[in-house]
Structure formats: structure tokens, C-alpha cells
Ligand binder design. Structure first.
Ligand code: NDP
Length: 448
């Protein structure tokens, strides 16, 4: 008789948890997963995937505008939020089903309930059932941080944005990070009047300043309002259902929805970490070593709950490395260098490596190459928006230290450029590559 009910009990069936469960099972482990919401987690259910579909849906506004310049007559244009929302949510249902099938085909048992830790090798389900496991993996992710001001209960997080009854006529977005910029872009394109409220004059803090400046310029040109150095004092619900927002100046702002996008906290409340002596950082994040092991020998943690890099592909790598290390006889760690990232704003921006400021601080002498160009597709547009690509190069070795881009399809192009950075290529290697003409990507091999 085995000593434990399972070899591995995973709490949380998001990107990291599902990958870890599947790979551990394929290494022969007896695996169970508990998920209190929906299989798929933030990325699939209420994050990256449905968000990207909304981005695609909203981009038709721009595309249809372009179409007219290219000679198409488009009559009777109209947009129906409920159609887009329901299409997106039905695809999320489909994906949730696929994730469930993957777990089932690997003989991973799924408990659709909350699980809490009761000891170094045990969990309790909401039903009260105790389960023992040789190893426990915490992969519960993060949850939107909601600031504390009177009336915050009238505001929503990104979780609710996918289920809005109606398209807001006026939307206020609080924060200047990924979620704020992406939803501001989506709803501005869909026709809402969008106001971004940010506590400083800096948005997208981790991105190259010049690229962010270009994004701000374009966003304002497209009609998004920015209230910098502002924060909400209170929100009141009016008789007509509208929200009255006090920003500390004379007039209260009337909007239909207030989206709070001020970061996400590790979702550790009530998880029972104290029952197994699992150490936490000041912000609640679970502290782990490079093998994702916590301070409790048999308990591991991956993904956003560890607050290393809050990105899906990183959580997946951490989950996979955990499974190979613990059950695959192949101890390995995750390489966190040169992680590419993108903001699916409109236009999107994408980045890998050091920003110009970071590179100057680290290397001293760097060369910056850039291309400030008008994408061909925009030539007939009423708003002549320009793309901007930047390459940061170490002056001594010629090695590329960072690439930063804003413009149509920037994330699609940057993914490939990230391979070059990861491979340690020099600017010369880009120069030696023949341009693919006409394309936007060719700017990368023509940088002066
Ligand atoms: P971000 O960390 O990107 O941005 C948070 C924003 O809120 C910042 O502008 C920050 O300002 C501001 N802020 C923080 N606390 C407060 C506060 N108390 N009052 C007012 N403003 C505040 O968080 P998001 O919520 O946008 O996204 C969460 C995470 O999800 C991201 O870190 C990212 O890793 C991930 N994500 C990734 C996406 C992608 O890859 N495309 C898309 C969406 C999310 P300041 O800069 O001054 O601190």
C-alpha cells in the first residue's frame, strides 16, 4: 500500500498547475488537482486569451476605417457588444473543456472544489475530506488588488470586464500597467469614452520610456483621456445607476464603469500555509528556491503566487521544470533571462532585454539604433501614426542588449527577434541579414 493517497496534489488548475500535473502524470506520478473556479485559470478563463479575442474584435473599428481608404464601401456598420462577449465566452468554455480533457487523458483526478493545506503532506477539500500526498504543488495564481476607498465595491476588476451587460458609454480605468492599457485600447476602439487615471505621470514602468511616450501620444490621438497624478477619493452610485467619481478636484466625473487595474496579489488568503510552515514574502508571495521548492520540504509553488515574473509562459516553464525535477529524474531550473513581453494596446508594444536606461546604467557605453517609420498600411489613414523600433547595443562587443518596438504586429515580430537576443547575436548579424521587403519587420535589419 502506498504511504500517501497521491504522489502529487496540485492546488490550482491554471497554466502552471495544469502543465505540472500533466507532465508529472506522464512521468508516472499519481496526480490530483483541486480547482475552486474553472479549469484553465486566469490566462484561459479571465485573462490573456479572452482579452486577446476582445482586442481582435475591437480592431475591426480601425480595419473598417482603413477599408474605406482602400476603396471599399462599408455601409451599415454597427457593433453589438453582446455578440462579441458571448462569442468570446463560448470559446473560453471550449478551451476549458480541452484543458479538462487533457487532465483526464493523463489520468489526473480533478476535484472541482477549494483545497487548503493542513500539514506538510496533507490537504482538506471544502467537503471536509482529508487527502494525503507525497508532494503538494501550490499554483493558485494571483487576484486583482483592489485599493481601499469609499465606494470601491461599485468598481470592477478585469475579471468582470468579460461579462459586462452592456458596453459602457464612459469607462474609467485606474492604473497604468498592462491591464489598464489593454482594456483602455479595447473599449476606446469599441466606442466607449475612456479615461485612464494614473497615480504618477509614468505608465508601463518596465518598458522603454521612448516607446511608452509614443504609445501615450497615439492613445491620446485616438481619444483616450489621461488623468495623470490622480487617484480616486471615492465613488458613489447615482440614482440613474451611473458612478460619480471624486478625483479630488471641483467636479465629480460621471461614468458607467470603473475598472481597477492596479496590479495583482498572490492569492494566498486562507490557504493554510501556516499549517506547513510555508514562508511568505511581505506581499504574501510564497518564497521558493530555484527548483520552486518552498520552506516546507515537500511543498512547491509555481506561477503568479510566487510573484517571480507574472506571465503565463513563465508559469508553464516553472510547472514543467518542477515535474521533470521531482518526478522525471531530471532536476532543472528555469532561465529567466531575455523573457519577451508585450502589451496588447492599440497599437501594441513589445520588448525583450534591457531598456535604454537600464543598459546605460549597466554597461555605460551603449549605442542606440532606431527606426521611426510610418507603416505602409497606415499611409491612407486619417491618423498618420508612426511605428518606432529601437535596438540597444553594447558598444564594446556589439552584442544586442535590448529590442523595443511599437507598431502593428509588434509582438509577432518581436518573438522572433527575441531568439536572436537569446542566442547572443550582435548588431552585425542583423545587418548581415537581407531585408524582407516590403515589411515592417525589415526595419530591424536596416536600423541606423
Ligand atoms: P501592473 O503591475 O502592470 O500595473 C499596475 C499599475 O497600477 C501601475 O501603473 C501602478 O503604478 C499602478 N498602481 C499600483 N498600485 C496602485 C495603487 N495603490 N493606486 C493606484 N495605482 C496603483 O499590473 P496590472 O494589474 O496591469 O497587471 C497585473 C499583471 O498581470 C502584470 O504585472 C502582468 O505581469 C500581467 N499581465 C500581463 C499581460 C501581458 O503579458 N500582455 C496582460 C495583462 C496582465 P506604478 O507604476 O506607479 O507602481
Amino acid at each position: 500500500m502506498p504511504q500517501f493517497d497521491y504522489d502529487l496534489f496540485v492546488i490550482g488548475a491554471g497554466s502552471g498547475g495544469v502543465r505540472a500535473a500533466r507532465i508529472s502524470a506522464s512521468h508516472g506520478a499519481r496526480v490530483a488537482v483541486a480547482e475552486e473556479h474553472r479549469v484553465g485559470g486566469t490566462c484561459v478563463i479571465r485573462g490573456c486569451v479572452p482579452k486577446k479575442m476582445l482586442v481582435y474584435g475591437s480592431m475591426f473599428a480601425e480595419e473598417l476605417g482603413h477599408a474605406e481608404h482602400y476603396g471599399w464601401t462599408v455601409t451599415g456598420k454597427s457593433f453589438d457588444w453582446a455578440t462579441l462577449r458571448d462569442f468570446v465566452n463560448s470559446d473560453v468554455d471550449r478551451l476549458e473543456g480541452l484543458y479538462g480533457q487533457t487532465l483526464a487523458s493523463h489520468k489526473v483526478e480533478v476535484f472541482a472544489t477549494r483545497a487548503t493545506i493542513t500539514g506538510p503532506n496533507s490537504v482538506r477539500l471544502a467537503s471536509g475530506r482529508e487527502i494525503s500526498a507525497a508532494h503538494i504543488l501550490i499554483a493558485v495564481g494571483a487576484w486583482p488588488a483592489m485599493p481601499d476607498f469609499p465606494g470601491v465595491e461599485h468598481c470592477i476588476s478585469s475579471n468582470e470586464m468579460f461579462h459586462l451587460e452592456t458596453l459602457p458609454r464612459c469607462l474609467m480605468v485606474v492604473g497604468g500597467g498592462y491591464i489598464a492599457m489593454e482594456f483602455a485600447g479595447i473599449f476606446n476602439a469599441l466606442g466607449s469614452e475612456v479615461t485612464v487615471v494614473n497615480r504618477t505621470d509614468r505608465i508601463l514602468r518596465s518598458y522603454d520610456e521612448q516607446i511608452v511616450e509614443r504609445m501615450l501620444h497615439i492613445a491620446m490621438g485616438r481619444g483616450i483621456n489621461f488623468r495623470m497624478h490622480s487617484s480616486i477619493r471615492s465613488v458613489e452610485k447615482g440614482d440613474d445607476g451611473c458612478l460619480l467619481v471624486d478625483l479630488g478636484d471641483a467636479n465629480r466625473v460621471k461614468v458607467d464603469q470603473v475598472l481597477i487595474a492596479t496590479g495583482r496579489n498572490p492569492k494566498v488568503n486562507g490557504l493554510g500555509l501556516e499549517n506547513a510552515g510555508v514562508e511568505q514574502a511581505a506581499n504574501g508571495a510564497i518564497v521558493v528556491d530555484e527548483y520552486s521548492r518552498t520552506s516546507s520540504a515537500c511543498i512547491y509553488a509555481v506561477g503568479d503566487v510566487t510573484d517571480r515574473v507574472q506571465l503565463t509562459p513563465v508559469a508553464i516553464r516553472e510547472g514543467h521544470a518542477f515535474a521533470d525535477s521531482v518526478f522525471g529524474n531530471n532536476p532543472r531550473t528555469v532561465d529567466y533571462s531575455h523573457i519577451p513581453s508585450a502589451v496588447f494596446s492599440q497599437p501594441p508594444l513589445a520588448s525583450v532585454g534591457l531598456t535604454e536606461t537600464e543598459a546605460r546604467a549597466t554597461y555605460g557605453n551603449v549605442k542606440v539604433y532606431s527606426s521611426d517609420f510610418r507603416p505602409m498600411k497606415n499611409l491612407f489613414s486619417a491618423h498618420p501614426e508612426r511605428g518606432l523600433y529601437k535596438m540597444i547595443v553594447d558598444e564594446v562587443s556589439g552584442k544586442v542588449l535590448g529590442i523595443h518596438m511599437i507598431g502593428p504586429e509588434a509582438p509577432e515580430i518581436l518573438q522572433v527577434a527575441a531568439v536572436a537576443l537569446k542566442a547572443g547575436l550582435t548588431k552585425q548579424a542583423f545587418d548581415d541579414t537581407v531585408a524582407l521587403h516590403p515589411s515592417m519587420a525589415e526595419e530591424l535589419v536596416l536600423l541606423k
